[in-house]
Design a protein around this ligand. Structure first.
Ligand code: C5P
Length: 220
């Protein structure tokens, strides 16, 4: 049995995109592969943590050695997260859809001559903010991600405050970086102590470095 610094610690990780149905055969999605989330879950398991892995329909292989909870929509993800609490730390990697179609059709929407479907949207719950701002039973450490294309550090720093999480892992997902869907990541870790840019490295290496930081923070 592996003894690690996170032995006996229960940690939640969310990962992947969410799918928001339009009708039974169509949905709105995003380009998150789930690679970084799977890597983080695996790195935490390696350090001995009991990981609850809540994932949307991601392409990435599911991490081994976790308690796996598969969901489809943002609302399902929130319920799964709430059902997994309490945890000592929570890492929110999922690319949760900001909006859902407010009245998804129960039957396939037909193509009708000259007519175009009109969709109304509703705002999805912000899972990270909800957990960060829990009046009772909040995890000791809450980590969010901020995928930005502009003013990355400035936006991510504001996001940390707005959501109420402890750390934000910020990254630039502009298409030119090749990060979204790629194997590498270049992140900046933002906490109340300031920001720390990590060199560009494999997503697995980012995951291992982050898992070590989580272990240090929970020990402190
Ligand atoms: O606001 P934005 O989507 O950029 O925030 C990203 C962070 O918030 C990520 O950690 C993501 O997992 C989390 N998030 C969430 N629920 C949402 C939207 C984002 O948990 N509805």
């Amino acid at each position: 049995l592996s003894e690690g610094p996170l032995q006996g610690r229960r940690i939640l990780v969310t990962s992947g995109p969410t799918h928001e149905p339009i009708d039974p055969v169509r949905y709105i999605a995003n380009r998150s592969s789930g690679a970084q989330g799977s890597a983080i879950a695996e790195a935490l398991v390696k350090l001995g943590a009991d990981v609850v892995f809540v994932t949307g329909p991601a392409d990435a292989a599911r991490p081994e050695g976790v308690t796996l909870v598969e969901v489809e929509t943002a609302q399902e993800m929130l319920r799964a997260v709430q059902g997994s609490l309490p945890v000592e730390a929570a890492v929110f990697c999922a690319a949760v859809a900001d909006w859902r179609v407010s009245s998804a059709s129960d039957s396939k929407i037909k193509k009708t001559k000259g007519g175009l479907p009109v969709m109304a949207f509703a705002e999805n719950p912000d899972i990270l903010a909800t957990v960060s701002q829990m009046p009772e039973g909040r995890p000791a450490l809450v980590v969010g991600f901020a995928a930005e294309t502009d003013d990355v550090i400035e936006n991510a720093t504001a996001k940390r405050i707005r959501k109420g999480c402890d750390w934000i892992v910020a990254n630039d997902v502009s298409p030119a970086t090749g990060i979204m869907g790629g194997t590498e990541n270049a992140v900046t870790l933002i906490s109340d102590a300031g920001s720390e840019a990590w060199e560009r490295m494999d997503k697995v290496a980012v995951a291992e470095k982050l898992a070590e930081r989580v272990a240090e923070a929970l020990e402190a």
